[in-house]
Design a protein around this ligand. Structure first.
Ligand code: GLU
Length: 428
């Protein structure tokens, strides 16, 4: 699926403009919220293992901090652009607001492909990113976290660099840290589990049992894996999953009508997260083109890879059996596809609600770091369930009462809270 013709930032702005009309926001408020408050763009020179120096481009965008410090991940991606980071930062503002945690919105990125970098080179990128940003991030200003192709180890290198520069211990600077090093139990599971908490409620509202609602998932990264795990635990099966293949630079879909076996697939996954196709075939999986995850006769679709995947071109291939879409990724559906989904009355759990579990658990991580007292995993996941379930119902109730599309209802709640904070502070 191409993402060349879609600009995520324009898409985020189009979504915002639509809700600004619903809320009848004044001109200054619209102007203020449709662009980020601050942006940083910088070079990170890295001495590579072969002795040559390579320059990487890094970004941080702080969209809005009226409700609390900016919060959001740092992505490592070869196709990263400042516009993608802007969109993602804006979505973080709405995400923290819709689940009502006291944080704003930010996002960072580095144009790089960790598949082609040694661990030492990755460490240098992490440290270089922090050296550039050390004065403008921190527990009270802007708190990074993992995102696409970054993990707990990257966070720990970043923390170490920040603490060396700022001379002290600042565990609240960054979240998604390793457990035992200021990380929270349950953080790894949080985003995928959160998607399923909201899906569970959506199915219950429609009187559908997970056992009667086969799902198809796009992606086989952290979010997808934990979404599959919890959906299985609830009695649901996932009959198709797509996964990126680093060698071929395309993705493939893996289908098994009786349900994919997560642990079995994880057992035949390489260090880049790619599934071994030959072994999968041997285990009874059908190997299909990457886009086929979308065209399955299932009840639930979970796009859990990257942005711009369900588009005006392919949305019509979604089967009539599909009742619910739960967006695990950020921005997987383009506005033209969104209109079609709305017209077809497929129930949408929008990204910044469905995938808010990650940042909600990041907030719990900060709380635990501040107390210097760490909770058991069950306690973390229990609190996460409560937060996600109540945010879901607040949005679904509003959607029902005002006859709004779920994405618009989520936006109405999220944007109203941010507007109130900005106005209360006297900014606009
Ligand atoms: N990167 C994740 C997201 O997009 C988590 C952000 C965070 O934990 O701050 O929601």
């Amino acid at each position: 699926m191409s993402n060349k013709s879609y600009n995520s930032f324009e898409m985020a702005q189009a979504q915002f403009d639509r809700v600004a009309d619903i809320l009848q926001l004044d001109q200054a408020t619209r102007e203020f919220l449709r662009v980020p408050m601050r942006e940083f763009s910088f070079s990170i020179p890295v001495r590579m293992d072969d002795g040559m120096t390579q320059i990487f481009r890094g970004f941080r965008v702080q969209h809005n901090d009226a409700r609390g410090p900016n919060k959001g991940g740092i992505r490592f991606h070869p196709q990263e652009t400042v516009d993608t980071v802007r969109a993602l930062a804006m979505w973080m503002t709405w995400k923290c607001s819709v689940v009502d945690i006291p944080l704003g919105g930010g996002k960072g990125g580095v144009i790089c492909d960790p598949h082609n970098l040694s661990l030492r080179e990755q460490e240098q990128i992490c440290r270089g990113w922090v050296r550039n940003m050390a004065n403008d991030v921190g527990p009270l200003a802007d708190v990074p976290a993992p995102d696409v192709m970054t993990n707990a180890q990257h966070m720990l290198w970043m923390l170490d660099e920040f603490e060396a520069i700022r001379r002290g211990k600042f565990p609240g600077f960054i979240t998604g840290k390793p457990v035992g090093m200021g990380g929270s139990l349950g953080r790894t599971e949080a985003t995928g589990f959160g998607v399923i908490f909201t899906l569970r409620e959506a199915l219950r509202d429609r009187g559908i049992k997970p056992a009667d609602a086969p799902a198809s998932v796009q992606g086989f990264g952290n979010v997808a894996q934990y979404a599959i795990r919890l959906y299985n635990q609830l009695g649901g099966k996932v009959v198709c999953v797509s996964c990126w293949d680093q060698n071929d630079q395309i993705s493939y879909s893996y289908r098994k009508a009786t349900g994919v076996d997560l642990d079995q697939l994880l057992g035949i996954t390489d260090k880049f997260g790619g599934i071994d196709r030959e072994k999968a075939r041997g285990l009874g999986y059908e190997i299909l083109p990457g886009d086929d995850w979308l065209t399955q006769d299932v009840v639930v679709l979970i796009p859990a890879a990257i942005e711009n995947q369900i588009t005006g071109e392919n949305v019509h291939q979604i089967k009539k059996t599909v009742r619910v879409i739960a967006e695990g990724a950020n921005g997987p559906t383009t506005p033209d596809a969104d209109r079609v989904i709305q017209e077809r009355e497929i129930f949408m759990i929008p990204d910044f609600l469905a995938n808010a579990g990650g940042v909600t658990c990041s907030y719990f991580e900060q709380v635990q770091c501040n107390m210097n007292y760490f909770w058991e995993k069950d306690e973390v996941l229990g609190k996460l369930d409560v937060k996600m379930t109540s945010a879901y119902h607040a949005v679904a109730d509003l959607a029902r009462k005002r006859n709004l599309y779920m994405r618009d209802a989520a936006y109405v709640i999220a944007v109203s809270r941010v507007v109130e904070a900005c106005k209360g502070r006297g900014w606009i």
